[in-house]
Design a binder for this molecule. Sequence first.
Ligand code: AMP
Length: 559
Amino acid sequence: MTQETGGFAALDLNPNIVAAVLATGYEEPSAIQQQSIPIILAGHDMIGQAQTGTGKTAAFALPILNKIDVSKREPQALILAPTRELALQVATAFETYAKQMPGVNVVAVYGGAPMGPQLRAIRNGAQIVVATPGRLCDHLRRDEKVLSTVQYLVLDEADEMLKLGFMDDLEVIFDAIPASRQTVLFSATLPSSIRSIAERHLREPKHVKIQSKTQTVTAIEQAHLMVHADQKIPAVLRLLEVEEFDALIAFVRTKQATLDLAAALEAKGYKAAALNGDIAQNQRERVIDSLKDGRLDIVVATDVAARGLDVPRITHVFNVDMPYDPESYVHRIGRTGRAGRDGRALLLVTPRERRMLQVIERVTGQKVAEARLPNAQAVLDARIKKLTSSLAPLVAEAEATHGDLFDRLTSDLGCSARALAAALLRKATNGQALDLAAVEGEQPLVPSFAPRGERTERGERGERPERGDRERRAPMPLAEGRVRCRTALGARDGIAAKNLLGAILNEGGLARDAIGRIQVRDSFSLVELPEDGLEKLLSKLKDTRVAGKQLKLRRYRED
Ligand code: AMP
């Protein structure tokens, strides 16, 4: 066990739980975990003020798993969550942390799915029930005893539950659980309605809040980029094309993520390495030395592994995964802008983490401006600039050393100087796309598969059953100056990307490079088009038909 893993091991949790957590790739408890776990283990009621992204799920899931009596096959813990997505996510988290505890059963109970199997799973010995309040009340109406064995109750995102109108349901649920239970309430905010619930239903609760002091980070230019979780690596690769950095540190949350991103960077030719708690101390020192002297340019690290890393060459910090709290954000970005140099910090934010971004802005007292992914033109310009600067030092001397060879080759090959130079360029650039259409074409057409719950703030959506869930995948971030348009024609209408491209090129009179990604789904398609002149273009395409059907392209707004 490495030194850092002592963090979880020191928490007095069952070794099987610690082992499962470490296997997940967590290196040390987050602040909310550090504070909440001992309180919950000791049997106290608790109010935790924390938002998504702080690690709050494990903060209650780990101590609750510790308390479960696996030999008893009846509901012992009830977790209430505002939405189906969160309920599923919490249930999955419990299953992950219980991987090495045979006999633990978890059931998720939510609206929009048949009730029978849920009730059977509860009766068949699930010790942990994760439920949305509305559906749970439906079950209580069928069987009022269903929660009579529950000893631990957690309200997750309590403020969201109240916003969604679950107050009355919560009261019903409180009454259906034995009063001797232990109750834990997590909420991002503590309005009076939440405090009043706590007063009525919690016993001498301990309060846990991650204190945030205002901290200034004025020397560092900060920006954020909205991105779906499964788009982070392509987004980082694209950003790196245009960022002029000396050395860069990218922060992620898990060991696996350090390995995945470092491998993707190496595959693109960057001098990159992973730094995580599994890597032996002497090897870590070698990585840091290499970053210092330029043998490496990028290190992908977890917070723990990056401790004490002080390398003046670092010009950029990429927060690929959100930090757990604003302090660690400030700490991370303080790695750049050392010794009076300019620094730039970029934060990738998934839709669920918007609130955490606001907290960071509040605590740092600074707005973190929104950045967009560079478009194909910017990528192309950057590539040509790099090529030019790599050739610049050679032009002065290469003619003397290789001029005769060049003459001989043109004569042997019987080609023009331009043809030979072009052939050499192609060889030297190793298949890299160096014209606009080719750069555009590099982006995957069907890139992402984020779960539906990530698309919008889940609070707005409640438990309403979603139509066509399987079809909804998160779109790629848009390049600057582009908007997404939608047509109801998709694969089931026999449409392929090339049909859409052809129709828009021919009838819209656009150049190929004006059209961005085209994503064809089963029952609809998305096309990226220039924002400039969009209305005129859409009206030109008004009567366009593809595969015999009307295209009816409309601007598509994501949120
Ligand atoms: P939550 O705030 O519970 O929604 O958790 C946010 C994310 O952080 C989830 O993807 C967790 O898997 C991850 N996470 C939670 N605790 C840790 C930890 N101690 N180390 C690394 N990742 C964690």
